[in-house]
Ligand binder design. Structure first.
Ligand code: C5P
Length: 229
């Protein structure tokens, strides 16, 4: 049997309303380029991916203007209504080059500080697993379960982790889970699709600087982390 290949899927078809900017957050400037160029450069530098499929909205005028959109290892796929739809579309765009047992690492376009070290740690930890898992962070704060602004209880923080990306799954397993759960708005990451189909996924501790650009101040923080790394 051939050893499995590694593919990356980058959902980048969101509009990023919380940034209150004139363009989707993946096209905001960061280190003399855009957020998505920083992210894709990091994935290319990891030197493990056969192809990186990027899901882009049909109305996106920015992507075709970037040189990186024409890179030989980068494939453009159609974005979808929700993040999960974009990921499924990108998975389908890889159909003619992938086997069911190959690995797919799904990584948010809006996480430009991902390191090669974390990608290789995820791969090394999970490469013999049947299903896969995700980078995640333990919670250091005390966590409250609330209803509106009323505290209901305190969660045991040893059992609660924050999900990051990349999320790494066997191609066949992930595609089937996303197809089975299509239209379910509770699917905000790949692991949640796996959970709903009853498949176990693992957590691998990631770096805290792998932030997702969500609010305007996150760009300054990402700039700082990229300089420090
Ligand atoms: O909005 P949020 O920060 O959760 O988005 C996470 C990632 O999913 C972003 O990279 C965004 O571009 C992507 N996304 C997508 N298709 C959508 C919605 C979000 O590819 N319909």
């Amino acid at each position: 049997m051939n050893s499995p290949k590694y593919f990356a899927v980058v959902p980048a078809a969101g509009v990023g309303k919380r940034m209150q900017a004139d363009r989707p957050k993946q096209y905001l400037p960061l280190q003399n380029q855009t957020v998505i160029e920083c992210t894709l450069t990091r994935l290319l530098q990891a030197d493990v991916f056969t192809t990186i499929a990027v899901a882009i909205s049909a109305e996106d005028p920015y992507w075709p203007e970037l040189d990186i959109s024409k890179h030989a290892k980068i494939l453009t796929a159609a974005g979808g209504k929700e993040r999960a739809d974009s990921v499924l579309s990108a998975l389908k765009s890889l159909e003619n080059q992938v086997q069911a047992d190959d690995w797919v690492l799904v990584h948010d376009a809006a996480r430009p500080c991902i390191t090669s070290g974390d990608m290789h740690k995820l791969i090394e930890t999970l490469k013999n697993d049947a299903t896969g898992g995700i980078l995640a962070l333990p919670s250091h704060d005390t966590l409250k379960q609330v209803n509106g602004d009323n505290i209901q209880s305190t969660l045991d923080r040893r059992t609660v982790w924050r999900a990051l990306t990349p999320q790494m799954f066997r191609y066949g397993v992930l595609k089937q889970a996303l197809q089975q759960t299509q239209g379910n708005l509770a699917i905000t990451d790949e692991a949640s699709a796996l959970e709903l189909t009853g498949l176990p996924a693992k957590i691998v501790e990631g770096r805290p600087d792998n932030i997702k650009i969500t609010q305007p101040e996150d760009l300054l923080l990402a700039q700082f982390y990229l300089e420090q790394q």
